[in-house]
Design a protein around this ligand. Structure first.
Ligand code: SF4
Length: 459
């Protein structure tokens, strides 16, 4: 869960990158960083926190040059500390190199052990640092080195790499995470995890970096290279469409908003509620699916829950216990929309079930006659090892409980999920998706996970 952004040959590259990172803020709020290049120097600034809190005028003034890469982070590997913030900048083969990574490597542990045994000294606990040590040990140009080492790296990576005289964008052969390239008004290339970031800087999206492609940019222009042999079809993360990507983005060749509405329409056909009075979303990620559901079902669509966009990640809890305090800070019911009505509430997914349970309770306390929960994906039964921060399989309620048992836990009048076929039929664009969190069909081998089923009250 991270976002990467890079620009080449634009005035005020650090400020453009700062704006681009704002457009990717939903992909990570733990830390933000920018590295620029001028002459034979790289300039770096990174801190814990959101983009608007990390950078100010003087920080951006201290990042000169017309070339920059940036990163927003939500940790899936390595602790959430400033040392692990990215871009990760190092001295490298007589020059400087910075790297920004979205994804998660599945064999980082074994590669790290092998590198440490051979004398490499790691400075962070991030899997991203493995790339740097592998590259340092290889020979040739940066592209040569990437072509030598990347076939050894397994898992998900969309990378931006910057040296004083070149920028490189790489996407793993499975294409797990999105990475697109666009054109700035000045003519320079712009790379971003999602098109939401390009629009913000008035760049025009051109194409996706292909799965298994290396795009190199320098003063002479852009060249395209391959990581290795092409896979017959990619394994793009289908959960990006369900939850993670911004609905105004286009990823994997499809508009996220339209995919979510199609999911909602299919869900309405598969799992109707006969006497529904109103369809409401759990905002924000359930919003477009709920709209599709309501349109297909011919039931009024209302904003029955309002999300506070000002609830931070940490807050001070009152010493006297207020029930369900955390969820009340984020969501609040619009009572007159809910009271005495049969409510269909649409959410993107259920992870542990505890938040959904609190939402059902909130709707009942607001006077709902009945609460029917509809979920815009199949039951989430398996952890992700490719860059989405899911809890362990043991903590995923659907891994150990039937849909009926989950409905009982939520205290919902009914609960239904979209089918796996319904999900695949709803997702347009480039074919080839990973759906392992629903099916367990991991396209890249993952560590064995042992678990015992249990319900948990933790959020
Ligand atoms: S396991 Fe799920 S969240 Fe992870 S890459 Fe696959 S589809 Fe995406």
């Amino acid at each position: 869960m991270c976002g990467v952004f890079g620009v080449w040959g634009v005035p005020e590259a650090s400020r453009i990158t700062y704006l681009g990172l704002h457009g990717l803020q939903h992909r990570g709020q733990e830390s933000a960083g920018i590295v620029t290049a001028r002459g034979d120097q790289l300039y770096s600034f990174k801190r814990m926190g959101r983009v608007a809190d990390v950078f100010n005028e003087s920080a951006l003034d201290a990042l000169p040059g017309t070339v920059a890469i940036g990163h927003v982070r939500y940790s899936t590997q390595g602790m959430s500390i400033v040392k692990n913030a990215q871009p990760f900048a190092v001295e490298f083969a007589g020059t400087s190199l910075a790297i920004a990574h979205n994804g998660n490597l599945t064999n980082a542990g074994e590669l790290r052990a092998e590198l440490e045994a051979a004398g490499s000294l790691f400075h962070t606990t991030m899997d991203t640092e493995v790339f740097v040590h592998l590259l340092a040990r290889a020979k040739g140009t940066l592209v040569d080195r990437l072509q030598k080492v990347l076939p050894r790296v397994r898992g998900a990576y969309s990378l931006l790499i910057l040296t004083p005289d070149q920028m490189v964008a790489v996407r793993d052969p499975h294409g797990f995470r999105p990475l697109i390239v666009g054109r700035a008004p000045s003519g320079g290339p712009v790379f971003a995890s999602e098109s939401s970031a390009l629009r913000l800087v008035e760049a025009v999206a051109e194409r996706e970096v292909e799965p298994g492609e290396i795009v190199r940019v320098d003063a002479d222009g852009e060249t395209s290279h391959r990581v290795g042999a092409s896979l017959p079809q990619p394994h793009q993360c289908i959960f990006e469409h369900i939850y993670f990507a911004r609905p105004d983005s286009q990823i994997f060749g499809a508009r996220v908003y339209e995919v979510r509405k199609a999911i909602g329409r299919r869900l309405a056909r598969e799992e109707p509620v006969a006497d529904a009075d109103v369809v409401i979303p759990v905002p924000d990620s359930g919003t477009a699916a709920a709209l599709g559901y309501a349109q297909e079902a011919g039931v009024p669509y209302e904003m029955g829950l309002i999300r506070s966009h000002y609830a931070g990640r940490t807050f001070i809890e009152p010493s006297s216990s207020i029930r369900h305090f955390g969820v009340k800070l984020k969501l609040s019911p619009v009572e007159h929309v809910i009271r005495d009505r049969v409510v269909v509430v649409v959410d993107d997914s259920i992870v542990r079930g505890t938040t959904s349970r609190k939402i059902v309770r909130m709707l009942r306390e607001a006077g709902a006659k009945a609460v029917h929960m509809r979920i815009a994906c199949p039951p989430t039964k398996n952890s992700c090892f490719y860059g989405i921060d899911t809890p362990t399989t043991a903590e995923l309620i659907a891994s150990t409980h039937s849909v009926d048992a989950i409905a009982d836990f939520l205290d919902a009048d009914s609960l239904a999920y979209l089918s796996i076929d319904g999900l695949h039929d709803s997702v347009t664009g480039r074919p080839g998706f990973c759906d392992a969190c629903f099916t367990g069909n991991y396209p890249v081998p993952v560590p064995q996970v042992r678990f015992e089923g249990r319900l948990t009250e933790r959020d």
